[in-house]
Design a protein around this ligand. Sequence first.
Ligand code: NI
Length: 136
Amino acid sequence: MKATVHRKAHFNAAHRLFRKEWTDAYNAEVFGKCSNPNYHGHNYELIVSVSGEINQQTGFVMDLKILKDIIYEEIEIPFDHKNLNLEVEEFKTLNPTAENISHVIWKKIKKRLDNNLKLEITLYETPRNFVTYTED
Ligand code: NI
């Protein structure tokens, strides 16, 4: 018997989308407001979804208290109130789009979970723009 548990979290962070080999004008054309050279912030809303068998003894897919702590350590501490481009190692060479942030979050949380659990990340960059990321 399988189920999916979800934990919501939140972080505020600044970013800039750009490729350094492109001019500011071309970056602005491709990335719009998100390419402002002086950075800007988003209120990111995160949903971490973990699917797996319901443990017959605990009745849990996983203990949500443990998931809460993993999200806090792996995501909230390193990302919250940070400039992603300048202060987070993964984005020094990777454009911090919602897609790429979701992939980085997936990798950081996946390595902390039991191997038999499936992980999906949902990341809202704005209330209307969001991305999901998972791997089989
Ligand atoms: Ni942006």
